[in-house]
Each structure stands twice: as structure tokens, then as C-alpha cells.
Design a binder for this molecule. Structure first.
Ligand code: AMP
Length: 633
């Protein structure tokens, strides 16, 4: 896309996008004025050898101050800051900004008392309890660097992260809660600490009544007891370049990548995101539906909404079975939620259980302005179903752990533009999105290739990997000099709308034809009997690869599975053509997913190709793999 060619968008958005790319330094200098810095930066942008960038190098600030104390100074002390809703325990607790600041200041005092100081690493391994958010904010308050590890990661994965961070302290809780199960965390932590080469000397444990953790004398400390002796502390100034957090994401090797988020760029990006992208204003109620262990949990549950003066809903529940597929609608009505973020997989789960939207009837959703979806491809069938059911605009947008905030989205605060169905929308200001072929040639509109972002990446995006800058350069900047390689494939149309077709390794090659499995999944998903599907490329002696569709049918479907199978084959043949060789459709009960809801395609490919595979640590339910293997045998 040529940045000056954006058409059909509001003049406001177009001008912002143009300026953000043509004059990034001036543009972000202006945006940075929204932040209440302790010391305003004068040096906006620096380019480093190797091609990475530094934003606001000489600025000083404190992220916790911006999220809490500053909001109180603006008169929001008695406004609801965080609403904790836990359907399994029946707890609903509301913290005002005053209350949350007091809790966090005291916890920060406790951390300091335990010897944690500015620059120290702290691992947080906790369920969705408000103390997890307090822990993140408390670290930020004293300049410690937190790394939240998704609660429920197996000890081996936790140990890998501990050894990479070498933390001064680990914070955990005695258990997490599934639909109808209590998951004791402490035995997992104990095992991880035994495996780790650099275990912290101290562990702070929040005891929950559902499972009381056994404490190891001399190492483990009780959270509540510790707080009783702690004095509140004030936020300390940190440099813009000091890391706020490290967040691990999976790479192509078994070693996770430690994404580093710097305080200064992050603060500018958070305000920009909440206001200009999501169109939120102080006082609004925002619900980011995810877990603190993922990037959405950082950006859209804790930091973004609080720093923008919004109320954040903090939900320790699931889309279904806590207690039913009406949970989302209950929360929206009860807390008058103005906008929410969810992953499409959650919506598909709701749709599978309640295709007619029975549980939504009678609920008052009038507070909702928009529903935002991201994290994976939003198939048109789920998109339309949700829009029809709720009567609200459903907006697809695209980003990654690395960027920390949306790369493409309808920018509501800039009067945006009408979304294009099937597209994850246009580049957000700061992101100049292009498509390249394997040799690094920019491709014309409509042509599929690797999606890249021209450097510099805007503020807030990770510019390095923790302890391994070389890996960052190699993983993201080496393939296409001057551009950041997103690892996603797709195309940009002639109006600048970006279509994400899946990871570049999901594009398959059938007899020399490049085909998107995402496109096939979309077609399969439009069949009324289909709840969800995964289309993967499997090895074929003659054609190189052929697609294989694994399909989950909706509950209560009357149609014969064989009939559905034949209809799907006919549908793809009709829409894409015989060249797709779409002949293999297998109906399965469930798909293997990561705990964050992403389908484990690489594992599916290995099973289908009868190759050895290891069970990923992130898998939600390993038993599914045996079911799939049997269905494919
Ligand atoms: P993560 O870093 O785990 O959040 O995963 C980021 C990846 O999720 C992206 O690189 C995409 O492959 C995928 N993704 C995120 N949002 C979308 C979207 N709206 N459409 C398609 N894929 C998406």
C-alpha cells in the first residue's frame, strides 16, 4: 500500500496515518504530550545500529502513577477502577481508583521490604484474581520488571521463564479455578523451582480458600500476613527505556521469546490505543476478555484501560459453562460495559452451545458500542452471527504480542472508516503495512505474500528480546531489510485494507498453487452445520501438499455428517476451484487448542502426516490428540 493512497477513510484518519509515517518524530512527539511524564522527553526517536529504534530516550515517568495516582489527581478517585467478577467462587468485588491505589502502594511496600528494587525481575504466576493486576502495578510502582507467566503453564515452561528472568521474587496463588475443578498452583511452582537453575529465594503466596498451599519454611511467605506489616510507597521515576515487563511468546524453537516492553513507548501507545483505536474515554467501562498471562491481559485488562481512566472488568470465568453460554451477556448488562474485546474462538464456543442466542434474549446490551475481535482469523460466519445476534458493530483488528497494540483496526477515535468484511482493517497510524514476496519485493494490491511493517515500528512495540538482541534481529528484521517481518501472510487491497490469511507457514502449496488454508476455513465455517474447523496442508506424493479439513459440528445438528462432508467439498470446489484439491474432510469432536485458544496446526499437520510430534506445553487438553489421531487413522 502506498500510504498516500488511502481512500474511503475519514480525512481525519487519513491525515493522521499519513503524518505518522511521513513525520514519525513530530507525530509521536505530539501524541506523547498526552502522557503525564515526570520529565518530558526531548529526544523522540533514535535509530540504533542493526535497525532497531529507541523512543523518548530521555523521558522519565512511572506507569503505575499514570494508571492510578494520576487518575485520582484528575478527580477519578471514587470512580470504579477494577470490577472483579468470578462466577465460580461467586465473588464480585469493586475497587475504586482510591482503593486500588492503596492496595497497590502497600503491596509495592511489601515487595520493597522483601528486597525487590528497581530493575529486578519478578515472576507472577497467578490466576485471574485482582491481586495479579495489583502485583503487576506494584512492580511498575517501584520500577521492578514483571514477567507474568500464564497460570497453568507446566512446571518445565515456568522453569524456562524463571531461568531467563532470574527473578528476585515469585508471586503466586494457591490455586486457579476451572469450570468445576480447582487447580492447585503451588505444587507446580514447587516443581518449577526445583527444576530452575536460578530460582528466586522468596515466594509470596496468596492463599485462596479453595486450596490451601503447603508453605516451605524460609522461602514462602503468606501474602496477607506480609501486607499487614507493609508500608505504602510512592511511585519512583524510571527511564522511558527501562523495561516495564517481559512477556514470553512462542517462537519457532522450543525456547520462548521474551518480548520486552519499555515504559515510555508503552505509555504513549496505551493512551493512543484506548482513545484513538478503541474510541474509549475516561469513565467508560471496558472489558478485555483474556487472561493476565497474555498480551491482551497486559494491554487491555490492566494497563490500557486504567491509564485511560476507564473501568476495567476483570473476569475470572469462561465464555461457557460458568455457568452457561450467557455469561458474556450477563456481564455486559450487569456492569453496563461500553465495549469489549474477545477472541473469535470464545464466540464460536458460545455459538456452538447457544446457536439461537436464547441466553441473550431479555438481556440489556444497550450500553455496548462495539465488540472488538482479534487474536486469530475472524471467519465471516462467526462475524455475521455475532453482529446479527447483538445488533452491534463487530470489528476485526490485528496485532501481536510483539507489537503490544493494534497494527490494523478501525480507528474509532479518528472517525475511522467503515470496516471491510473479511479484512482486519487498515493500518493504525504508526504502522505502514506492506506485502512482500520471498525475495523481498513489494507486491501490488491483492497479491499474497508476507506481511511486513516498514521501520521504525511506532512507540510501544518490542525492540529487542530479553537477553538475546541477536535473536530479535534475526527473527524479525533479517528477512526483509528495513521492515519488520510479522510472520503472517496475506494481502492488502487497493484501498489499504489488510487481509490476514494466517501465519506464513499456513499457506499451502498444492501443485505449485499458493492457497490459503484460512480462506478454506472461512468457506467451511459458512456451512450452517459447522461450529469450527481447521484446514491444514498435509503431504501428498504427487501434489506436494493437499488440504485436510478437520470439522467440528454444532451441537444438535440433525444433518448426517457424511452429507455435511460432501457439501463442504462441493462448496470449496465451487468457490476456489478444483485446483484446491479439497477432498479430505474429517468430522471430529474437538480441535486441539492452546490455552489462549489458538488451534495447534503444527501438531495437527504432524499427526496427519504420521510424523513424530511433541505435546506442546500450551495445549489445553492433551487427550484431544489421541482422538484426532484415531479419526485420521
Ligand atoms: P499472539 O502474539 O499470540 O497474540 O498472536 C499473534 C498472531 O495471532 C498474529 O501474528 C496472527 O497470526 C494472529 N492474529 C491476531 N489477530 C488476528 C486477526 N484479527 N486475524 C487473523 N489473525 C490474527
Amino acid at each position: 500500500m502506498n500510504d498516500s493512497q488511502v481512500t474511503g477513510a475519514s480525512a481525519h484518519y487519513t491525515e493522521h496515518h499519513r503524518r505518522s509515517i511521513a513525520e514519525p518524530e513530530q507525530y509521536w512527539t505530539e501524541q506523547a504530550r498526552q502522557v503525564a511524564w515526570f520529565r518530558s522527553p526531548e529526544n523522540t526517536l533514535q535509530t540504533l545500529p542493526g535497525g532497531t529504534h529507541r523512543w523518548f530516550a530521555d523521558g522519565e515517568l512511572n506507569t503505575c502513577y499514570l494508571a492510578l495516582d494520576y487518575q485520582i489527581e484528575q478527580g477519578r478517585g471514587e470512580q470504579r477502577a477494577l470490577i472483579y467478577d468470578s462466577p465460580v467462587t461467586g465473588h464480585q468485588v469493586i475497587y475504586t481508583f482510591n482503593e486500588l491505589r492503596d492496595e497497590v502502594a502497600r503491596l509495592a511496600g511489601l515487595l520493597r521490604q522483601l528486597g525487590v528494587t528497581k530493575g529486578d525481575g519478578v515472576i507472577i504466576y497467578m490466576p485471574m484474581v485482582p491481586q495479579a493486576a495489583m502485583a503487576m502495578l506494584a512492580c511498575a510502582r517501584i520500577g521492578a520488571v514483571h514477567s507474568v507467566v500464564f497460570g497453568g503453564f507446566a512446571p518445565h515452561e515456568l522453569a524456562l521463564r524463571i531461568d531467563d528472568v532470574k527473578p528476585a521474587l515469585l508471586l503466586t496463588a494457591s490455586c486457579g479455578l476451572e469450570f468445576d475443578r480447582v487447580i492447585p498452583y503451588k505444587p507446580l511452582v514447587d516443581k518449577a523451582l526445583a527444576l530452575a537453575k536460578h530460582p528466586p529465594e522468596q515466594v509470596l503466596v496468596l492463599q485462596r480458600p479453595q486450596a490451601v498451599a503447603l508453605m516451605q519454611e524460609g522461602r514462602d511467605l503468606d501474602w496477607e500476613q506480609g501486607l499487614r506489616g507493609a508500608e505504602p510507597v510512592d511511585p519512583v521515576p524510571v527511564s522511558s527505556l527501562d523495561p516495564l515487563y517481559i512477556l514470553y511468546t512462542s517462537g519457532t524453537t522450543g525456547k520462548p521469546k521474551g518480548i520486552v516492553r519499555e515504559n515510555g513507548g508503552h505509555a504513549v501507545a496505551m493512551l493512543y490505543t484506548m482513545n484513538q483505536v478503541y474510541g474509549m474515554r475516561a469513565g467508560d467501562v471496558w472489558w478485555g476478555i483474556s487472561d493476565v498471562g497474555w498480551v491482551v491481559g497486559h494491554t487491555l485488562i490492566v494497563y490500557g484501560p486504567l491509564m485511560a481512566g476507564c473501568t476495567t472488568v476483570f473476569y475470572e470465568g469462561k465464555p461457557i459453562r460458568t455457568p452457561d453460554a450467557g455469561a458474556y451477556w450477563r456481564i455486559v448488562e450487569q456492569y453496563r460495559v461500553n465495549a469489549l474485546f474477545s477472541a473469535p474462538t470464545a464466540i464460536r464456543a458460545i455459538r456452538k452451545e447457544d446457536p439461537e442466542g436464547r441466553l441473550l434474549k431479555g438481556r440489556d446490551l444497550s450500553s455496548i458500542r462495539h465488540l472488538f475481535l482479534a487474536g486469530e482469523k475472524l471467519d465471516s460466519s462467526t462475524h455475521q452471527w455475532l453482529e446479527r445476534l447483538t445488533g452491534k458493530p463487530v470489528l476485526d483488528h490485528w496485532w501481536q504480542t510483539e507489537t503490544g497494540w493494534p497494527v490494523t483496526a478501525p480507528c474509532l477515535g479518528l472517525e475511522g472508516h467503515l470496516p471491510a468484511p473479511g479484512s482486519s482493517n487498515r493500518g493504525v497510524p504508526g504502522f505502514s503495512v506492506h506485502v512482500m514476496d520471498e525475495e523481498g519485493h513489494l507486491l501490488k494490491p491483492g497479491a499474497q505474500g508476507s506481511i511486513v511493517i516498514a521501520l521504525p515500528l511506532p512507540p510501544g512495540c518490542s525492540q529487542t528480546l530479553w537477553g538475546d538482541h541477536g535473536r530479535y534481529l534475526q527473527a524479525y528484521l533479517q528477512a526483509f531489510p528495513g521492515y519488520y517481518n510479522t510472520g503472517d501472510g496475506g494481502y492488502v487491497d487497493d484501498e489499504g485494507f489488510v487481509y490476514i490469511m494466517g501465519r506464513t507457514d499456513d499457506v499451502i502449496n498444492v501443485s505449485g498453487h499458493r492457497l490459503s488454508t484460512g480462506e478454506m476455513e472461512d468457506l467451511v465455517g459458512q456451512h450452517p452445520a459447522v461450529a469450527e474447523s481447521a484446514v491444514i496442508g498435509v503431504h501428498d506424493e504427487i501434489k506436494g501438499q493437499v488440504p485436510l479439513a478437520l470439522v467440528v459440528l454444532k451441537d444438535g445438528v440433525q444433518q448426517d455428517a457424511e452429507q455435511v462432508r460432501l457439501e463442504l467439498i462441493a462448496r470449496v470446489r465451487e468457490h476456489i476451484g478444483a485446483l484446491a484439491c479439497f477432498n479430505r474432510v474429517v468430522v471430529v469432536k474437538r480441535l486441539p487448542k492452546t490455552r489462549s485458544g489458538k488451534t495447534l496446526r503444527a501438531v495437527l499437520r504432524n499427526i496427519a502426516d504420521a510424523q513424530p510430534y511433541s505435546i506442546p506445553a500450551t495445549i489445553d487438553d492433551p487427550a484431544i490428540l489421541a482422538e484426532i489421531a484415531e479419526a485420521l487413522s
